[in-house]
Design a protein around this ligand. Structure first.
Ligand code: PMP
Length: 298
């Protein structure tokens, strides 16, 4: 992720990653009390490097901090400028950008009175790969929305994601799919889920999921392409009858599922609306025209 020349942003300064320090006596390390974002920069069709939906990511960063009572004294402009500067200082064009909000030393369980921000970036290919994924229903549920601010992209919450991913890999799958407390499909460990059935796209509503920025983009694309979309709860039994399914997230982008619990989806990916949305998403982030005529609406 970094080498001796990598530069990161830490509280207004640009420093070498290998020389940056943090305190070992902090709530962030001990209790997982930290907030992060995952953002991507693309070299767009015009040749310009652009951070995709930077405002939306920093709006969520602020909201994630506020939801867990971390004081937030930054403007989006300040932090977006810092992201571009980190890219420039590291000669990066296409990169994954990781802002992290963490707290100064404190061993109590009181909410933080101060916070720090660091921003780093690295070159990261498709997080879940390019291949269709073999997915298993996880034995882990998503965290209880009444036990946590689940819409806060908080570090501690990701232990749930690590457990689910690890379980899936140990059992020979590529990725996990987690259910909510009621047993409805929620999301992947680091991505939202959609499926296609009879020309319609379906995704779970907000409530037990991280409302992803990629999810919002896919919803916008469905509207633009006149693909009917529903946000509603569904079970894995229903999901297994789908024509196709896909995960989406900033790191993963749009990635198709081959099977769920060993049961393959009905349509070949190449003929699915998932594939259309995958291409439309790629075109959107690269600011390229997308050929709508390729979309067949049922
Ligand atoms: N759900 C979870 C649990 C995630 O970690 C992510 C990745 N941030 C997503 C969904 C997708 O969110 P986004 O599209 O904003 O990256």
């Amino acid at each position: 992720y970094y080498n001796e020349n990598t530069i990161i942003y830490v509280d207004g300064e640009y420093v070498k990653a290998s020389e940056a320090k943090t305190d070992l006596y902090g709530q962030s390390l001990h209790y997982g009390y930290a907030v992060f974002e995952g953002i991507r920069a693309y070299k767009t069709a015009s040749g310009e490097v652009k951070i995709f939906k930077a405002e939306e990511h920093f709006d969520r960063f602020r909201r994630s901090c506020e939801l867990i009572h971390m004081p937030y004294n930054y403007t989006n402009e300040e932090l977006i400028t810092a992201c571009y500067k980190v890219l420039e200082l590291n000669n990066m064009e296409e990169a994954y950008i990781r802002p992290l909000a963490y707290c100064p030393p404190n061993m109590t369980l009181k909410a933080a009175s101060e916070m720090n921000v660091m921003i780093c970036a690295w070159e990261w290919g498709a997080y879940l790969g390019e291949k269709l994924l073999k997915v298993m229903t996880s034995s882990y549920q998503r965290p209880n929305p009444k036990a946590f601010k689940i819409e806060s992209k908080s570090a501690g919450l990701y232990i749930n994601s690590i457990l689910a991913s690890q379980e899936a890999k140990t059992k020979g799958f590529d990725e996990a799919l987690l259910l909510d407390l009621e047993g409805y499909v929620a999301e992947g460990p680091g991505a939202n889920i959609f499926f296609e059935k009879d020309g319609k796209i379906v995704t779970p509503p907000p409530g037990a999921i991280l409302p992803g920025i990629t999810r919002a983009t896919v919803i916008e694309l469905c509207q633009e392409l006149n693909i009917p979309l529903e946000q509603r709860l569904f079970t894995t039994d229903e999901l297994k009858t789908a024509d196709c399914a896909f995960f989406c997230g900033t790191a993963a982008e749009v990635v198709g599922l081959e099977s769920l619990d060993g049961q393959a989806f009905a349509k070949p990916w190449a003929q699915s609306l998932g594939k259309v949305l995958q291409q439309a998403y790629k075109a959107r982030v690269l600011e390229k025209e997308f050929d709508r005529s390729s979309v067949k609406v049922a």
